[in-house]
Design a protein around this ligand. Sequence first.
Ligand code: MRU
Length: 360
Amino acid sequence: MKVKGKNYKSIWLDKKKLVVVVIDQRLLPHKFKLLYLRNIKDVKKAIKNMVVRGAPLIGVTAAYGIYLSMKKDSSDRNLNNSINFLRNARPTAVNLSWALEFVKKRLLKAGALNRVELSKQIADEISDNDIKCCKRIAENGLKIILGIKKRKKNKTINILTHCNAGWLATVDWGTALSPIFLAHRKKIKIHVWVDETRPRNQGSSLTAWELLQEKIPHTIITDNAGGHIMQHGMVDMCITGSDRTTSNGDVCNKIGTYLKALSAFDNKIPFYVALPSNTIDLNSKNYLKDIPIEQRNSDELTHIKGINSKGNNIKIRITPKGSKVKNYSFDVTPAKYVTRLITEKGIFKAKKSEIKKIFS
Ligand code: MRU
């Protein structure tokens, strides 16, 4: 996707220096800065501190982390230690453990001598596959948008999204935003309602920035405005990404997604979830028990970050010092509120029998 007209991916391997290059997402939308990850410790820090974030990108970054570690020591012992070191860097997004298991299986089979080159190849493969999946999601999601376009007789289509599930959350294209990017390129009239997504504001900082770069009309709203605009007929469809979807179609995503789905259901507005199939965790059956919900640092809630009029980064406290704070980062939307899952393999009902078809 484009940044000031130039094509970028969210992560790549610098083939000369053999370091991993990422965009420091903590600084967006005010500053576009690349960061170099030179070893597995840098990778863990980048995932934990949300330099990189978004379920698919977390998985890809971890795969490159294993490559950086294999360059130093490709023994079985170091391979197992490296996998364990990264495994819990972020607990909810299943793509992290998916990528680590995928890499581990292949590297264990290969033997220590071949691991450096092979781990690089596998990380590149996971990254390339993510781009392909997201492009397919874009094409499948476009079919839904075209249906709405026909029904609305070419009038502007209003789409609500939560958090950031654009190209910054993946390697390129994104999940929830990819059909929107494609529709815009096909000159379909789109307007996006961007939930700010407290407390880290991935909507108002990252999604809004991505849409601006692609010149897609959008409006940032408070997280609490969704119900209101849905009641007033201002939303034609909702679309979000997912960090982990259970085998029966319950969707875990950024905190607040569930409330949007409830509101959409009450107002008979379709609620779509776009995800690559490696975000589906077939081992998660009971969404209340099987999905670890990340709780992040309380200062995301007690403080707010931004830039002042001089362009300097500032962080200010907004809550009283003595109050207790809980910062739940994700919630689960039960399958009954999900209209369809849009995957690289096609569009499916959020149902066990349909999810089986994705993997058949
Ligand atoms: O905490 P984050 O910023 O990693 O959360 C990201 C989301 O919730 C996205 O919606 C999800 O990872 C799907 S991204 C393609």
